[in-house]
Structure formats: structure tokens, C-alpha cells
Design a protein around this ligand. Structure first.
Ligand code: PRP
Ligand code: ZN
Length: 284
């Protein structure tokens, strides 16, 4: 019995999807660039598919789970459950217009032609904002539509913005924030559900580790309690005596977000020799 996962076969999500599986200790080195690969050390079969098709395959049960962008999951309106946001592939679905045009707000779109590969999400956005516009569904290279007179605006994914820039367009209105998510089929068997939980446990450990750093520093004993007070740690910081009288070595874990702020305070409190190292996995 294996769990079948669908991942994008090439494109924006491919590298990070494969990297995530690797960081979860799953070895698929034999199968990359094929249509299908089997992990050698986890009951997992990987299907490489077009991202737009992944929600359909997961709904049909061809794959049990999949990694896809929220943009396609919501556009395709398939019966799949979003299990976990994965923190990569961040982008937004946005309206863009000619860079010389003046955007006057959503009403600018009234009566205009919008080219997109996301007709469902664009329609919803127009409806929510009570704007009437004509949607031209096209299947790719949306960014050239205004230039060839096919549309007055487009709605497409924007990540770095360079595609828009290169085509003389500007982003004027985001309609959806998106990132990669793990989706699952609605009726997984008990056994498959258990495998999924095992995989999710690993994904959680990898993601927590990414947001945290291990910190080691030397602290003068006369200021030890102030320094310890600055460090949250998993339970509490580890404190070990240094060979030099009057000093201790303090070890702890810091969240990326508080990082620079706390480092400043530690230095002010007399901490020295501060080392910060990445954490590979974090189980708490
Ligand atoms: C999206 C979008 C743009 C590009 C934007 O394509 O259609 O072409 O990314 O990225 P940028 O702002 O960094 O230039 P995607 O990779 O999703 O490929 P697809 O449309 O073929 O699925
Ligand atoms: Zn796509």
C-alpha cells in the first residue's frame, strides 16, 4: 500500500516541492524527470503532472494527495480538502493594465475586456465588486493579450513582476494571495490517512526548523539571569559553565522573526561570541 502524491512536473512549484520531500527524508533520486517515481524509503509514489490538472487528479483519486498553488485549487473548484499551507510558491493573482494607462479604481474595469486563464476567480471578483466586464479565457501567454489588441487588461499570477514589466504592463489590483498547499482526496482510506499524518508530521518538523535558529553564546555570570530572560528556548535555555571562571555558555532556539531584535538586546546585556546555526528538523 502506497500513498500517491501529485506534484508539478515543471514550473514554479517543481523545485520546492521536490526539495520539501527530500527534507522530509524521502528519497526519490531514481525517478526525477519521469512521469512517475517511487520513493525508496517511504511508501510514496510521485506523479509528475501539469499543475492545473492536479486538483482534478486528486478529486478523482488518481492521486491521493497533491501539491498545488491555491490559485489553481480555488479556480478549479474541485472537491478536495486543503490540508496544509506549505510556505513556498508565494504569488498573487492580479489585474494588470498597460503601464501608460491610469487606473482609477475597480470601476476602471467596467465594460473592459480582461484576458485570463482564471475565469472563475475573475468572475467572482467582478461580481463581488459589482463590475461588468468581458472575460476572455485564454490558455497561456496572457501577458501579450493587451499588446495584440485582444484585451484591455489581464488577470494573471504575479510573483517577481518581471513578466508584467517585460510586456509593458503594470499590476493594479491583486485579487487573491496564493502559495503552495497540500491537498487531499475527500475519502482516503484509514491506512492512507495514517500515511498522510506521518508525512504531515515530517513536513511540520521541517517547516518549524526553517523558522527557527539555534543560538550559542558566552555570558558573564553576573548578567546571566538577564540574558536567560531574553531567550525563550524550547523549554528553557541550556546553561553550561565555561572553562574560564565567571562565564557560562548559553544555548537556545530563536524564532526568525524576533531574531535581530533579540541579538541586539543580548549584546547590550554583555553576551559575547554569539553563534547562530540553522536547524535541520525540529520535533516539539
Ligand atoms: C506565472 C504567470 C506568469 C509568471 C509570473 O506562470 O503566468 O507568466 O508566473 O511570474 P513573475 O511575476 O515572477 O514574472 P506559471 O509559472 O504559473 O506558469 P503557468 O501559467 O504555465 O502555469
Ligand atoms: Zn499552470
Amino acid at each position: 500500500m502506497v500513498l500517491k502524491i501529485a506534484v508539478q512536473k515543471s514550473g514554479r512549484l517543481y523545485d520546492d516541492s521536490i526539495k520539501l520531500l527530500k527534507e522530509c527524508g524521502i528519497d526519490i533520486s531514481n525517478g526525477v524527470n519521469k512521469l512517475k517515481a517511487e520513493a525508496s524509503n517511504f511508501p510514496l509514489e510521485i506523479y509528475f503532472l501539469r499543475d492545473d490538472d492536479i486538483p482534478q487528479y486528486v478529486e478523482d483519486g488518481v492521486a491521493d494527495i497533491g501539491i498545488a498553488g491555491e490559485n489553481v485549487v480555488y479556480e478549479k473548484k474541485k472537491k478536495v480538502a486543503v490540508v496544509q499551507k506549505l510556505g513556498f510558491g508565494k504569488c498573487r493573482l492580479s489585474i494588470a493594465i498597460d503601464k501608460g494607462a491610469e487606473y482609477t479604481g475597480i470601476s476602471f474595469l467596467q465594460g473592459k475586456r480582461i484576458a485570463t486563464t482564471y475565469p472563475v476567480l475573475v468572475q467572482q471578483f467582478l461580481k463581488d465588486n459589482q463590475v461588468d466586464a468581458e472575460i476572455h479565457e485564454i490558455s497561456g501567454s496572457v501577458e501579450i493579450a493587451p499588446g495584440i489588441g485582444l484585451a484591455d487588461a489581464i488577470c494573471d499570477l504575479v510573483s517577481s513582476g518581471s513578466t508584467l514589466f517585460m510586456n509593458g504592463l503594470k499590476e493594479v489590483q491583486p485579487i487573491l494571495q496564493s502559495q503552495a498547499v497540500l491537498i487531499k482526496n475527500d475519502d482516503l482510506t484509514e491506512e492512507k490517512e495514517q500515511l498522510l499524518q506521518k508525512l504531515l508530521f515530517r513536513i511540520g518538523a521541517v517547516r518549524k526548523a526553517k523558522n527557527n535558529k539555534y543560538i550559542l553564546l558566552n555570558a558573564p555570570n553576573n548578567n546571566l539571569s538577564e540574558i536567560i530572560g531574553l531567550l525563550p528556548g524550547m523549554k528553557s535555555p541550556t546553561v553550561l559553565p565555561l572553562a574560564e571562571e565567571g562565564w557560562s555558555s548559553v544555548h537556545s532556539v530563536l524564532n526568525e522573526n524576533d531574531f535581530w531584535d533579540i541579538i541586539e538586546k543580548l549584546k547590550d546585556a554583555g553576551a559575547q561570541g554569539i553563534l547562530v546555526v540553522p536547524i535541520e528538523k525540529m520535533i516539539i
